[in-house]
Design a protein around this ligand. Structure first.
Ligand SMILES: C[S@@+](CC[C@H](N)C(=O)[O-])C[C@H]1O[C@@H](n2cnc3c(N)ncnc32)[C@H](O)[C@@H]1O
Length: 189
């Protein structure tokens, strides 16, 4: 069921030009989740659930872990919720509607995996908002660090100078982008 719904959501994103990871980066994110086996993932920027579906499929396969995903656009979040329900993952996902910068401050449980994929200038404020809940260590993935580097310079400067941080580049076959990168940082305190 996951495979089928992921394909459908991917097609909808391409047709409606809704930003999404795309399969090349999604495979990488899924591999990171599989290796980390996190207890709680927080995602900023659900859109219509493409990346969430990839993440939830891994969590279902490994049989552990939950996802809190945050989207400011209520219509997109509703579509994502419907897809999460279709694949039978509603029990392990908490899909919240609102500004991630505010919602992350209300999360009061340990977070061992953070995925930043909302508008680029939100990355550093979102990181600061959830920082008190990050475990030692915690894995942080930030999407679009190739095309969005200038708008997230504060975030990149912080993680690259403070933590072990690596940039992973991808050739991408999306209508709106052909090359981009994900930053993987290991948060420690
Ligand atoms: C690149 S898309 C997310 C793509 C999604 N992660 C995927 O791969 O399927 C970015 C999303 O972040 C949302 N967004 C922008 N600012 C936000 C904020 N402050 N809080 C929560 N979501 C936000 C946008 O509405 C948009 O749907």
């Amino acid at each position: 069921m996951f495979e089928h719904v992921i394909k459908e959501v991917e097609e909808q994103c391409r047709v409606d030009r809704i930003p999404m990871l795309g399969p090349e980066k999604a495979k990488f994110v899924a591999k990171c989740v599989e290796e980390a086996k996190p207890s709680l993932i927080v995602e900023c920027g659900t859109a219509i659930g493409y990346s969430g579906l990839w993440i939830l499929r891994v969590l279902k396969e490994i049989g552990t872990g939950r996802l809190i995903t945050v989207e400011i656009d209520a219509q997109r979040a509703e579509k994502a919720r419907a897809s999460f329900e279709r694949v039978g993952a509603s029990d392990i996902v908490d899909s919240r509607i609102g500004d991630a910068q505010k919602i992350l401050k209300s999360i009061k449980e340990p977070v061992d995996f953070l995925f930043l994929d909302n508008n680029f200038d939100n990355y550093y404020p979102c990181f600061k908002a959830i920082e008190p809940q990050l475990t030692n260590p915690a894995i942080i993935l930030a999407d679009n660090v190739g095309i969005g580097a200038d708008s997230m310079a504060d975030y990149l400067e912080h993680v690259r100078t403070t933590y072990q941080s690596e940039t992973h580049w991808f050739d991408i076959d999306l209508p709106w982008v052909k090359k981009d990168a994900i930053e993987v940082s290991i948060f420690r305190h």
